[in-house]
Ligand binder design. Structure first.
Ligand code: ADP
Ligand code: MG
Length: 706
């Protein structure tokens, strides 16, 4: 019999890699994880039947027998596992059975021997796995065991490094989390022991670049311990591709320029080169604006110059709208001129394939030589309504607290229009296009320090530099919410992404885990992005998770209950004292509970809203309030009266859902929002937005910022 001896983790990995092996044997993997203090079942490697019998006696029956062969990675599939072996005779028979089965199912398998293991008592089986994500690097996965985990993808992820607190959160994120809480006679599992395994697995990945993948499947978890019964470690031979970590937020030239030249400015009103010039002028850009056009002359009353080199003063930033083949030459001139920023609207680069990508590379290299930051190419431009710099189309005015970053041009313009219509407004909008230089991370980092920006809303289709994005999100989230919508999460979506930009979309789950653990807030749709941006702009971050709903519609009340649960909010019951006060303040027909139902009578007696809200706000039992006007109630600003201000003073966010109000509704929504109260067309949308505010609160608390 032979016992495996290793001196340390690195040696065993290095030796196996020198032999160009795909994976460690299970006993090597277990040796390795034991070295870092991970708990496993007792085990012995044996290279023949006699060795197996003496190993079993040493460990103590009952035991488990597992095949050890370099060709067999999934042992049960090959018939290579025998469980619950009671004595020597059974062991002897199992040995033959396992070896024969593997020989038959995996022809040519080299059988090195068997692993004899202590038979662990049955309990909850979970999976802890780790891989190297191409965008985010070492990433750990957690799920409950069994095939359902794979079929419904009921797993949670974290990007390493992270601590015990995050590991425990991972357990709470899976749908089958009930299995960990004492379901069907199983114990309430030892979460601390499990968290320890998760965290140590992440450290193993971080510290050992030679490991490509770790699979602890299953880990059996008890009420007071956890044991790893199967460990698979796949070796890696490729360098970690994870790129730059530092966001480069030197973006003053592109976002806040002092002088601008529009290269490709045109006198024909239907050309983009005309529209952009006009928008810059109409937005009231305070510095010099130079149209550049080889024909010279005059455009919109401004003298046009044949080249950027002919312009009389310094040029901080250029907006480029000429066909792509001219852009390399233009960029050379910009370097000569000492330009600092370029917004390249022109398409025909990476977006059209390999030749385009070559052209883009040339442009980028030239720009880098001159220290010019580039937004685009193939983008819909940049807008800074605070300054009056609108290098995009159409012109959207309406200054407000939301900065919009979008890989898509339409969304970069839709968001400001929506925010303007809702009396919110925007502070910056940037369309990234091919994002050859300036990317989401650079912008998030710059906007994190931008005084006029209180909320950052991002639409992205993925990133090649995951760690850089995490760093930027973490930095900005400390002072303002960063809302992120990721497109291309499904297989079909991913194909669409590849078709319209050259960028790579990472796995949706890992992306969301990475963003969330950095304090960012991942939303599910464009609608949610805009709804949440509106809530964060108009309302304070709640101080707790308790939502109170006051409604005139029973149906909307019920939908509110469902939506609250989904959004992770608590529709908590009111205290007896508050119930008594409400009974005093309101007529008998009101249904005093949460949701608080004023019934359809609120249509004729709308002052009930104010009476109810005064009691509720006074009680301190609501951390946020949703007011549902479920009838065509007029003059809602007066109906609410001072309670809006009172809620503000108490730091209680108050949102409104107005529905069933026909023409009255249009007027009321506008009036309420003008006064700073966000209104949503459904209770679900209002509550989802409030739920995201609560998520931000939770992040701030766990990071000691609240
Ligand atoms: P593989 O995943 O390669 O098929 P495993 O080592 O995971 O092989 O064994 C298959 C299954 O047998 C496990 O999922 C687990 O349910 C059970 N099992 C394996 N080892 C033990 C053990 N030591 N104690 C109890 N059950 C075990
Ligand atoms: Mg297994």
């Amino acid at each position: 019999m032979m016992l495996w001896k290793i001196s340390d983790v690195k040696t065993v990995i290095d030796e196996a890699r020198e032999q160009h092996r795909e994976a460690l044997f299970e006993h090597e993997a277990k040796d390795l994880i034991s070295q870092v203090g991970l708990p496993t079942t007792r085990y012995r490697f044996a290279n023949d039947k006699e060795g197996a019998i003496s190993a079993a006696r040493e460990i103590g029956y009952p035991v488990v027998l597992k095949i050890v062969s370099p060709q067999v990675l999934h042992k049960s599939d090959a018939g290579g596992v025998a469980l619950d072996i009671g004595d020597d005779d059974e062991l002897s028979a199992s040995y033959d059975r396992v070896v024969d089965a593997v020989k038959e199912r995996v022809p040519g398998a080299e059988i090195r021997g068997v692993l004899v293991e202590e038979m662990a008592a049955p309990s909850v089986e979970v999976i802890v796995g780790a891989t190297r994500d191409p965008q985010f690097g070492p990433t750990v996965m957690f799920g409950v065991g069994g095939i359902l985990t794979e079929i419904v993808r009921d797993v949670s992820f974290r990007v390493a490094p992270f601590g015990h607190g995050e590991a425990v959160k991972m357990m709470g994120e899976i749908k089958s989390r009930g299995v960990l809480e004492g379901a069907r006679g199983l114990p309430v599992v030892d979460k601390a022991a499990l968290a320890d395994i998760i965290v140590k697995t992440s450290s193993l990945m971080l510290e050992n670049p030679g490991i490509a993948e770790i699979d602890l499947n299953p880990v059996i978890v008890y009420g007071d311990a956890a044991k790893i019964v199967d460990a698979r470690i796949i070796l890696g031979y490729e360098e970690d591709a994870v790129g730059a970590v530092e966001p480069d937020d030197d973006l003053d030239a592109v976002l806040d320029p002092s002088s601008v030249a529009v290269i490709g400015a045109s006198a024909s009103p239907d050309k983009i080169g005309h529209k952009i010039l006009r928008n810059i002028v109409d937005a009231g850009f305070p510095g010099p604006v130079y149209p550049v056009n080889p024909r010279g002359g005059e455009i919109l009353g401004l003298k046009a110059y044949p080249s950027v080199l002919d312009t009389p003063g310094a040029v901080d930033t250029v907006v480029v709208v000429v066909p792509s083949r001219f852009v390399p030459g233009v960029m050379e001139e910009c370097v000569q001129k000492g330009v600092k920023g370029a917004v390249i609207i022109s398409s025909g680069f990476k977006d059209i394939g390999p030749e385009g990508a070559e052209l883009e590379k040339t442009v980028l290299e030239t720009a880098a030589r001159g220290g010019i930051r580039v937004v685009g190419p193939n983008c819909q431009g940049v807008s800074n309504p605070v300054l009056g710099f609108c290098a995009t189309w159409p012109l959207v005015t309406g200054v407000g607290p939301v900065a919009v970053i979008s890989q898509s041009g339409s969304i970069a313009l839709e968001a400001p229009s929506y925010l303007a219509d809702n009396h919110v407004g925007y502070s910056k909008s940037v369309a990234l296009g091919n994002k050859s230089d300036v990317d989401e991370a650079d912008l998030i980092s710059w906007l994190g320090g931008d005084e006029g920006t209180h909320v950052i809303a991002v639409y992205t289709e993925g990133t090649d530099e995951g760690r850089k994005l995490m760093k930027a999100v973490r930095g900005a989230s400390a002072s303002k919410p960063v809302l992120i919508l990721k497109g291309g999460k499904t297989e079909a979506g991913r194909k669409a992404v590849l078709a319209h930009t050259g960028s790579m979309a990472g796995s949706g789950e890992v992306f969301e885990a990475a963003v969330s653990q950095s304090g960012g807030i991942c939303v599910e749709s464009l609608e949610e992005l805009l709804d949440a941006a509106k809530a964060f702009s108009m309302l304070p971050v709640p101080k707790g998770p308790r939502l109170l709903v006051v409604t005139s519609s029973g149906g909307a009340g019920i939908l509110s209950s469902d939506a609250s649960e989904k959004a992770g909010l608590a529709l908590s019951a009111l205290s007896q004292k508050t119930v008594d006060r409400l009974n005093e303040a309101l007529p008998d027909y009101c249904i005093i509970r949460n949701p608080l139902d004023l019934t359809g009578n609120a249509f004729t007696e709308p002052e009930m809203y104010r009476d109810a809200l005064e009691v509720v706000l006074e009680s301190g039992e609501a951390d946020m309030v949703l007011v549902v006007f479920g009838d065509p109630i007029p003059d809602t600003v007066e109906v609410l009266g001072e309670v809006v201000q009172k809620a503000e003073e108490k730091g209680v966010p108050l949102a409104v859902n107005y529905l069933g109000g026909a023409d009255v509704q249009k007027v009321e929504v506008d009036a309420l929002q003008r006064g700073g109260v966000p209104v949503y067309p459904t209770p679900e949308r209002a509550i989802t937005a409030l739920g995201y505010m609560n998520k931000y609160r939770q992040y701030m608390i766990s990071h000691g910022d609240m």
